[in-house]
Design a protein around this ligand. Sequence first.
Ligand SMILES: Nc1ncnc2c1ncn2[C@@H]1O[C@H](COP(=O)(O)OP(=O)(O)OP(=O)(O)O)[C@@H](O)[C@H]1O
Ligand SMILES: N[C@@H](CCO)C(=O)O
Length: 307
Amino acid sequence: MAVYTQVSAEALADFLTAYDVGDLVAAKGIAEGVSNSNYLVETTRGRFILTLYEARTRAEDLPWFVALMRHLADAGLPVARPVAARDGGALRRLCGRDACLIEFLPGVSLSTPTEAQAAAVAAAMAVMHRAGEGFAPPRANELGQAAWRGMAEAMGPRLETISPGLRARVMAEVTALEAAWPHALPGGVIHADLFPDNVLMLGGRVTGLIDFYFACNDLRAYDLAVMETAWAFDAADRFLPGHAAALRAGYGGLNDAELAAMPVLARGACLRFLLSRAQDWLDTPASALVTRKDPLSYLRRLEHYAS
Ligand SMILES: Nc1ncnc2c1ncn2[C@@H]1O[C@H](COP(=O)(O)OP(=O)(O)OP(=O)(O)O)[C@@H](O)[C@H]1O
Ligand SMILES: N[C@@H](CCO)C(=O)O
């Protein structure tokens, strides 16, 4: 359950007085998510999401994320707008954490999206990429290709406790991708984590793109490759070619170099999530309330592309 920081009703009511959002009616913690604490807050004026940023999200990056969310919402995308307090700021402190009150968006996250739903989200991603063209300054991808060797080496032999042979497999992949990475493809602002649990939908309509806390500047086609690794496999890690084709068709407009690079980009995406999940796996005790995501699911997806 992703409520690391407990907020009392008194503290929340006091926090809300900084905003022009009415009075507190109800609040409850949201179980989904692993990185930050989220509450659904209802006031006399409507519903909001309150996010308290935990250790993984760096405080100095928050103004960039807030500005990006506003920029994309202004461009007409279904992105939640951070609410400005009476003093104009969107970021405040609450219970010792940086906190942000965010517009509530309707919709639900899908556990088994259809091909048509995957295509609709990829189309929304293409619009998001175009809308990001006017956004500055750039923000480097801290979990991008240049970071993978360091992440793998920092875990070193501990990778073997997840699965025997994992360390050598990961290091070989790091080296292979260093040689094959297509650095020259078109770049821009990307979401970098657009998994089904970061999209809200009502039927075939995309009603929310959420969780921009890994957003950065990187290769646009890499963003689509991240989507493919998350949307085009079933729960048993079997590849779903129809979903992959729907994603590419929905996104549209990939040039020949991007299309040719997709298998390498998807291998990179698999390695990125294998590495971050392995970090979480090793750093989170099995007894913690947060559900650890399985790194080996991403090893199986990696082998689909590497074999
Ligand atoms: N703007 C919003 N409108 C409606 N619901 C939202 C909104 N933002 C977040 N949620 C809900 O809160 C849940 C957790 O949000 P989010 O995915 O941002 O958390 P997180 O801990 O940062 O995520 P992650 O596990 O991907 O790191 C979502 O699954 C969704 O149910
Ligand atoms: N979407 C990620 C978690 C946040 O990076 C995963 O499934 O591993």
